[in-house]
Design a protein around this ligand. Structure first.
Ligand code: SF4
Ligand code: SF4
Length: 511
């Protein structure tokens, strides 16, 4: 089914931005050659099962986890594990992470695919296990495990496929839909079967006419799958914003889409889920947009996970003298790339080479209210900023700090050039620390109180035992005394009897 007459409910705020998308959609998706070395970061809560010197095949799991929902990571080509050590990765903290480094052997041999599964509500647990086993996470940039997202036991009316891709420059989902629309529809159908969704809405921004055409054609024979064209406004690809656009429902603060009977999944995630369930394939590659200043061959590249970013830049013939900084992701939400030996990971949707920007110094807030007007989460960004500056993180939390989606709209419009999102990230970090500290001290207090109660109980038990012993002793002594008294009385009786007998005898003799 394909239709675009779905009612659209606009969300508050947002920005109309220049998309810069055409530049990377002029050529078909190309494949980056498998590099000599792959560096695959080890996720938290995971235990590495691969060993240095071991020969591994593409699709082979390299980690395991006691947490049943932590997705596995896999070798993305065949080769030998050369090291398991700290390596540069793209993250905001700039910290190195444990990575498994594989020297590829050029054969690109894979393990046997897992058996195909026919997803339904009846084999839901098997499907969730498969998604985790194949390492499926949100490929839109969040990296949230898909198995957790679809594990909900709430009744789901609507599965939303987030094909909006609203941030400027990024076009990997656009090209995926243009070239492989039926895979996207199959993926949507697969996930809809797992969550038993009654309808599937596929939201696409109106700046992607080719993708819309391809998706409408692919959806025409699908059982479920309605293409909904949404206006191009940033950040309509935010989960809460898209849900509001397509269903008119607002996810409440602290709530989940599933509470409204909705599950929302990114386009590439849907196709990866299809591959995992129907083809038995682990996630070992993804499409990445490489674009921006100095990129001579901007486009979309199918890249093995673990490939160093430098290889992508080289393949796209990037002039390193032209750009000022690299970013993983888009210009508003992307993370700066400090080291191009860092590998591409599951959430790498774009490598953006940014031209030099005029730098403006941060100025005091003039309370213009522009940030409030554009905030899609209906927050008071300047208020959050003041609370953060005053280190009143709990107040910031009370004012919806954790509802901030870090979209950067407020930063973008602020005439005082205040890096507001940096402040909010700091505030979230501190608020989380306070929460953890509170949990830790609550636990310590409970432990102390329990220990005190235990000691008190033990002291009471001891005192009771001592009292019982004393009582027993006293009773024993009393009994002994009584017995002695009895013996004394007997003796006196015996003496009296003997004296009586003597007296009687004497009297008899005198007679
Ligand atoms: S946009 Fe900037 S200057 Fe204006 S109120 Fe918000 S924080 Fe203050
Ligand atoms: S970054 Fe946060 S506060 Fe700023 S506009 Fe986006 S949601 Fe609102």
């Amino acid at each position: 089914m394909s239709s675009s007459n779905q009612k659209i409910t606009p969300f508050h705020g947002g920005l109309h931005l220049d998309g810069h998308k055409q530049v990377s959609t002029q050529t078909p998706i190309a494949s980056i050659p498998v590099p000599q070395y792959l560096h695959i970061p080890v996720p938290h809560n995971s235990e590495v099962t691969a060993t240095v010197g071991e020969h591994v095949l593409r699709g082979q799991a390299l980690t395991t986890s006691s947490n049943s929902m932590t997705p596995a990571i896999h070798a993305s080509s065949s080769g030998t594990v050369r090291a398991i050590e700290m390596h540069a990765v793209v993250n905001r903290s700039g910290q190195l992470l444990d990575c498994i480094s594989i020297e590829t052997d050029g054969n690109d041999k894979s393990i046997e695919p897992l058996a195909a599964l026919k997803p339904s509500a009846d084999n839901k647990q098997e499907c969730l296990d498969r998604l985790r086993e194949c390492g499926i996470v949100g490929l839109g940039g969040a990296g949230f495990p898909t198995a957790i997202k679809v594990a909900t036991d709430k009744s789901i009316d609507t599965l939303i496929i987030n094909a909006v891709e609203c941030e400027p420059y990024i076009t990997c989902d656009d090209m995926l839909m243009q070239e492989q629309a039926s895979r996207v529809i199959n993926g949507a159908e697969t996930l809809a079967s797992i969550v038993s969704a009654k309808e599937v809405l596929i939201g696409i921004e109106d700046n992607k006419p080719e993708a819309i055409k391809a998706m409408q054609a692919a959806a025409s024979n699908a059982e479920r799958g309605k293409i909904v064209i949404v206006p191009t406004i940033y950040p309509s690809g935010g989960e809460k914003q898209l849900i509001q656009l397509l269903t008119g429902k607002e996810v409440p603060s602290g709530g989940l889409p599933a509470d409204l009977g909705v599950v929302c999944v990114n386009t590439a995630t849907a196709t990866a889920s299809y591959d995992a369930l129907h083809q038995g394939l682990a996630l070992t590659e993804r499409i990445i947009t490489v674009t921006g200043a100095g990129v001579k061959k901007p486009g979309n590249y199918l890249t093995r996970l673990g490939t160093p970013i430098s290889k992508l830049l080289d393949f796209a013939e990037t002039d390193h003298k032209v750009y000022q900084q690299l970013r993983m992701g888009g210009p508003l939400m992307g993370i700066p790339v400090k080291d191009t030996s860092s590998p591409v990971v599951k959430i790498t949707n774009c490598i953006l080479a940014e031209a030099a920007q005029p730098q403006h110094a941060e100025q005091p807030c003039i309370r213009c209210g522009d940030c409030v007007r554009v905030c899609p989460a209906k927050l008071l960004p300047q208020q959050l900023y003041w609370f953060t500056r005053a280190t009143e993180f709990e107040k910031a939390e009370d004012h919806g700090l954790f509802d901030c989606i870090e979209c950067g709209c407020c930063d973008y419009v602020c005439p005082s050039n205040i890096p507001l999102v940096d402040y909010y990230r700091h505030a979230k970090f501190e608020a989380n620390n306070i929460k953890s500290e509170r949990i830790r001290s609550d636990r310590a207090r409970i432990r102390f109180e329990q220990r005190e109660q235990r000691l008190e109980r033990k002291a009471e038990e001891k005192a009771a035992l001592r009292a019982a012993k004393l009582k027993k002793l006293k009773e024993r002594e009393e009994a002994k005394a009584a017995q002695q008294e009895g013996t004394q009385d007997n003796k006196q009786d015996e003496i009296a009897a003997a004296l009586a007998r003597v007296k009687a005898k004497k009297e008899k003799t005198n007679d």
